[in-house]
Design a protein. Structure first.
Length: 202
């Protein structure tokens, strides 16, 4: 009986020694954890593009808009020779024009979403209402960052305002036409526009 107990004790010691050697071997085989990389410098936020100088956009533009599938003004027909020429010229659509100046407005338009407003005029048949004796309606405009420009005019009889929101590229200002309810603030896109600046004669 003592011999069996002695053999069991020897076996237990032998197993304990094997386990200890295996644990030591595993701990040596595990590589040391790599240190966490140091955080790099935070990327600086991109600076907003400065608005264009008012003089860059100032001038008189020939305007054309496409609103709800209709082009304003309609392309003028070629004047034919003959007795119908005068009649066709009289029936031609009135010109749509846009004029922007670098002069601040005399009084701010309170419904416009900018307090930096410059003076302008716009004639967009069917959407503008000019004072008696004038061909265009007063409008305000302002640079909106980068090459962006906003032209704003009201329709008091409809409690609404229209704005041309575009980008100036050379002598061409183009973008979208937006409708804003001055009563509720709701707005939606009406169409698009393109305006080409007239070169002054030298």
């Amino acid at each position: 009986m003592r011999v069996r107990q002695g053999r069991g004790a020897v076996r237990r010691r032998w197993l304990a020694a094997v386990v200890a050697v295996a644990v030591a071997a595993c701990s040596r085989a595990q590589p040391a954890a790599a240190p966490a990389p140091a955080p790099g410098p935070a990327a600086a936020p991109a600076a907003a593009a400065p608005p264009l100088a008012p003089g860059r956009a100032a001038g008189t533009y020939q305007l054309q808009a496409t609103i709800q599938g209709r082009t304003i003004p309609a392309p003028r027909p070629a004047a034919p020779a003959g007795r119908r020429a005068r009649t066709l010229r009289a029936a031609a659509a009135p010109a749509a024009t846009l004029q922007l100046s670098a002069t601040p407005v005399a009084a701010l338009e309170p419904s416009a979403p900018s307090t930096r407003q410059l003076a302008g005029t716009i004639a967009l048949p069917g959407y503008t209402m000019s004072a008696r004796g004038r061909l265009a309606q007063a409008a305000s405009w302002w640079p909106a960052g980068g090459d962006s420009v906003v032209v704003f005019f009201t329709q008091p009889q409809r409690s609404a305002a229209l704005s041309l929101r575009g980008v100036l590229r050379g002598d061409t200002l183009s973008g979208d036409v937006w409708y804003t309810s001055t009563a509720s603030g709701a707005e939606f896109q009406l169409g698009s526009f393109s305006a080409v600046r007239r070169r002054s004669a030298r």
